[in-house]
Design a protein around this ligand. Sequence first.
Ligand code: F6P
Length: 530
Amino acid sequence: MSKLTRLPAWQALIGHRDSMARTSLRELFAEDRERVERFSSEAAGVYVDYSKNLITGETIALLCALARETDVEARRQAMFAGERINVTENRPVLHVALRERTGAPILVDGEDVAPKVSAVLTKMRRFTDAVRSGVWRGHTGRTITDVVNIGIGGSDLGPRMVCEALRPYGRKALRMHFVSNIDGADIHEVLQSVDPATTLFVVASKTFTTRETLVNAHTAREWFLASGAGVPAIARHFVAVSTNAEAVAAFGIDTANMFEFWDWVGGRYSLWSAIGLPIALYIGMNAFESLLAGAHAMDRHFAETPLERNLPALLALIGIWQTNFLGAASHLIAPYDRYLHRLPAYLQQLDMESNGKTVTLDGERAGYATGPVIWGEPGTNGQHAFFQLLHQGTALIPADFIVCMEPQHPHDVHHDILLANCFAQTEALMNGSPSASEPHRNFDGNRPTNTICLDKLDPASLGALLALYEHKVFVQGAIWGINSFDQWGVELGKRLAVTIEDEIAQPGEVTGHDSSTNSLINRFKARRAT
Ligand code: F6P
């Protein structure tokens, strides 16, 4: 047994799980008319109904006891206080500081970093106002019509997802493009659709060493210069967002055109920093600051609310119940809102890069399940694709249904049908529908869901929703005793790719790998030579 599984609350949860084995959600609802009041709550404009989970008051009490026995509250305090909780990289974890706009000091090693955060926001405001108002122009004097963000992972997924989510708030005259993949088709498609004289490239990389981003940025630079623009024109068309000024300068971008952030902001937690520049260009700085304010409201709720009523903590604890006690291995994100169609991809990085770990903070193998697979697609599309497995498959797949009360389009009939479907799905998954005579029509039910409701998808509510998930991931990592803020797992593949890249470039047969890898490389080399 591990340190975690030996804890009294963990052991009590095992007994509780066994005692719940024959309980159904249908019965729990029938027994308690106030179940939804008991198991729902609202914070920072986000209403969460978590009543359709196989939980009772006792489940929540035991899960909160587990959180206390694993010192979640102390760890939460350590994060907000700027302690170096990212121990393998020896860094604080302070994305919450980026949305702390109250003027309160934010200390990193005794230094108040709040003025630096404000200075970058001011620089972002100046720049985005200039581009949006047409004061900042391309080198031929024409206004900027297209913005191309070049970045990957956290330097892509957040800004891309938010720009999609907040499309109704975006400037129609500014077309946003995102290039992330090293696959040349990605940049090729974008470069074919934009005009060098009216395009602004934002090269976004925390480290400014990421191979994909640097190769894409070089390709963009060559394409730009090939249009006849001289090197001095680069300053009007390329800006950088990074923590690494030296590498930005070495690439050839004037550091006056660089928007800084800091190593205490993790890549997947960085959309609140200057990495949000494309968002601010698209929706304007005031709306970007509303996004920060929404996240800050959720931060205050998370920091100040007892676990029993704390929404991020409750979602995390219910997730632990499902992963570690009920055997769920994945978690579905089902936004019933087309504008949130990139949310599952964003949450995949947030959750899986944070909690996809086997080794605990003590350096031991966990010996229990940690982060689940996160996946999803918007409803109602998913209903006509993979929902069959949710209803009648053998796997238990908890799901978050995310829905907005107010539509962002004039087609009310569509919205009514969309919401009817969302509510019907969670009801069907919970209740099931027994059929003894026709087993293929039998629905067991008892399939857990959360329904997360926003009044309207706007910058503030989106900020709160994203912070809700960030803190959920934090609480789960704290309970599992892992470091949610490093990502060493991606390094090995990166290193091997560099070796193979060299081998592809050199003449001759490759023999240094296993037979499968040798053969794949040699097959490509032979094809490439023809
Ligand atoms: O390879 C993983 C990763 O380091 C992510 O954690 C990060 O978001 C992404 O690559 C991009 O990194 P950077 O912003 O430094 O280019």
